[in-house]
Ligand binder design. Structure first.
Ligand code: FES
Length: 152
């Protein structure tokens, strides 16, 4: 097993040593100590750090990341099966985020039910901001439909 210093880990992962220490205090990554009390990380920690960064960019909280990473072994390099198990815990969450992103990409030209009433299509799909009865925010981007409000 190859061990990295915190400096090595920071350079290769692109994450500051202060953030790595913070991840460690939150139990997201672990290190061993040398006789001189210096941290040493398994090279496999790079994959954990990469996942933490990717998860944060997707809006996952550190608590969610910690729960997921806790399913992985700390005492050995996680295998493909280990990662598969982890990805299953996130599949539903990521699928709904993907659906929201696709909706954002594809539906921005139409009324999104946000209450602005600024597009011609708002008069058809969100007359008088009827979508506000479904809740706050862009109701049609969040999965509600305008069917009951459509004025033909
Ligand atoms: S886009 Fe905002 S209410 Fe239609």
């Amino acid at each position: 097993m190859e061990w990295l210093t915190i400096g090595d880990l920071a350079i290769r992962s692109g994450v500051a040593t202060s953030a790595l220490r913070f991840y460690e205090t939150k139990g997201l990554i672990r290190s061993e100590r040398t006789d001189g009390n210096q941290r040493r990380y398994l090279r496999a920690t790079l994959r954990r750090v990469a996942l933490i960064r990717a998860g944060q960019e997707l809006g996952l909280s550190l608590a969610e990341l910690a729960d997921a990473l806790e399913t992985l072994p700390h005492d050995r390099t996680p295998t493909k099966t280990d990662w598969k198990r982890l990805s299953r815990t996130w599949r539903q969450r990521l699928d709904s985020q993907i659906a929201e992103l696709i909706a954002l990409r594809d539906e921005l030209t139409d009324c999104i039910g946000c209450g602005c009433l600024s597009l011609k299509s708002c008069a058809i799909f969100n007359p008088g901001d009827a979508a506000s009865s479904l809740g706050t925010g862009p109701r049609y981007l969040l999965g509600d439909t305008s069917e009951e409000f459509v004025k033909t």
